[in-house]
Design a protein around this ligand. Sequence first.
Ligand code: HEC
Ligand SMILES: [Cu+2]
Length: 315
Amino acid sequence: MWQDFPLFPPSASTNSGAIDGIYLYLILVSVFFGLLIAGLIVFFSIRYRRRHAAERGAYIHGSVPLEIFWTSIPLGIAMVAFAWGAVVYFDASKPPADVMDVYVTGKQWMWRLQHPQGQREINDLHVPIGQPVRLTMTSEDVIHSFFIPAFRMKRDVLPGRYTETWFEATKPGEYHIFCAEYCGAKHSEMIGTIYVLEPEEYEQWLSGAPAGETPVAAGAKLFEAQRCDTCHGTQSGARGPDLAGRFGTGVRLDNGRNVVFDEAYVRESILRPQSKISAGFEPLMPTYEGQIGEEQILQIIAYLKSIADDGGKAQ
Ligand code: HEC
Ligand SMILES: [Cu+2]
């Protein structure tokens, strides 16, 4: 019973210790001042109580040193929390270089996850210990939020947008995944489990789970099946821009603005191709709105990422 309703979740990621530190600081400051103020209220009301009916208090005209004293101390305490929080926040927001990409789509009322090697999971996620994992997330319907208390990690998952977060698990075990944004009737059932395994166990799990296609391979297939390749080929005279080696670079638009070729840009290009036109090209691209789902778009993105890393060669 208690394990299911822990007052304080286990601490099982590289960031959770630092986040707990700030939490503890805020709690201690609050407890200290809470007790101090409560104690002083009692003490003063006894010490300065009215002793006979005609007694009047002395009028106080204010004191600059006192004002400075009780302004600067709270300022200092708040600034410590701010600076400390900023450092931890920046540390926790950028993933290390050797991350493993897991793609997540939220949907009323479940989580679908896909590993870079192709394994798919629903409401469960197996990860190896000591390996940074980056989650690229989107929603197929309403706003959800991906929350792993044991990792002190929570990020909203929005329809029509990508959000990213990452973690590195430090302790083997099973931890809760919750949806932390009220998302309809069965919001409370939108829960899952994250299994943190030793690297060998993880390899074993990987080889035991049906792999299916990797996101990159599925994306490459879609790229042909949806005939993207007819316009975005490498041959000269192609009607659309070559997409190899482009991910993460800048794009010049026909209105002179510059944007980044990232997840959001690819998604928008597929669903609303007319909204941003690449400089030097005609607005010929058809929309795929309603024909390609969020998971498939993520696969195309994984494919375009892969042909950016390999110096432009597919797969
Ligand atoms: C009929 C030809 C055609 C097809 C089919 C087509 N595109 Fe395009 N696409 C274009 C053209 C032309 C542009 C450049 C003009 C623009 O930005 O809309 C473009 C732009 C893009 C861009 C932005 C590239 C840049 O350099 O800014 C992406 C990403 C993209 N397409 C992806 C796809 C994907 C994925 C598919 C398949 C699902 C696809 N396209 C199918 C013609 C096509
Ligand atoms: Cu939800």
